[in-house]
Design a protein around this ligand. Structure first.
Ligand SMILES: [Zn+2]
Length: 250
């Protein structure tokens, strides 16, 4: 079992990382990690366009360098590029100078391509200590996790991804999906197919997928801090909403 999926971590993570909001009634945030990826990011953007949805894309430096056209497309179609790191190194292995380099260099790359400084950061594997979160905030970036994660990069099957998401998704949720991979172009066809189904069901519930920025704006400012909450479905914390196979977000 990963530390990310223990109740202790879940409770601890709520206190210092953004996991969800509680006061957005008609929307949830769509987030995509590890891209851009020429095998999937374009298809995901096509699905989002068909549904009038937007998303936040937590990108890796290597992929930003290789696929600048996709970074530009993400930004030009109204989505939000965000920082996942220059590489996919886990934060516990880094000293403050290393964390600073991971965050700042990735932000520099995004700004160089899009002209916009990113605002949000998601740590690789979803892990960072409270001190590291304070450090990243002091650099000017807000750490973000999420409350629904269906382990889509492990390709469990489209229907299983959908079944892991829909019972847990709520207005105010931050859904973690993957358009890319730290190891280069990857098959994310199950994620693309699941996204289509998830957005159709969300529309039936009266919700739309949006960016983290938009979700927070609707939630009315700083009250969202530590917004992971226990809810009717049980003990749903940061990134542990997918208990079946106990793997870490990547
Ligand atoms: Zn990742």
């Amino acid at each position: 079992m990963s530390i990310l999926h223990t109740r202790r971590f879940s409770s601890w993570a709520r206190g210092h990382l953004l996991c969800r909001t509680d006061d957005a009634t008609d929307r949830f945030a769509l987030t995509f990690d590890d891209g851009p990826n020429p095998r999937a990011t374009g298809a995901i953007l096509d699905v989002l366009a068909r549904h009038g949805a937007r998303g936040t894309f937590f990108m890796l430096g290597g992929n930003i360098g290789r696929y600048g056209d996709l970074v530009r497309r993400v930004a030009s179609e109204g989505h939000e590029p965000a920082i996942h790191g220059r590489t996919h190194w886990p934060l516990p292995l880094l000293l403050p100078g290393g964390i600073r380099a991971q965050v700042i260099r990735c932000a520099d790359q995004i700004e160089a391509v899009t002209g916009v400084r990113p605002r949000f950061y998601r740590p690789p594997f979803g892990f960072m200590s409270p001190g590291q979160a304070r450090f990243v905030r002091a650099l000017g970036y807000e750490p973000v996790l999420g409350d629904v994660y269906p382990e889509d990069p492990h390709r469990p099957g489209t229907s299983r991804i959908v079944r892991r998401v829909l019972p847990r998704l709520r207005s105010g949720s931050i859904l973690i999906l993957h358009d890319g991979s730290p190891s280069g172009p990857a098959d994310r066809s199950q994620t693309v197919e699941a996204l289509e189904i998830i957005l159709a069901e969300a529309a039936r519930r009266g919700w739309r997928g949006t960016t983290v920025s938009d979700l927070l704006q609707r939630a009315g400012g700083p009250a969202w801090h530590g917004g992971c909450s226990r809810d009717a479905a049980g003990d749903q914390g940061c990134a542990d909403a997918h208990a079946p196979t106990q793997r870490s977000p990547s």
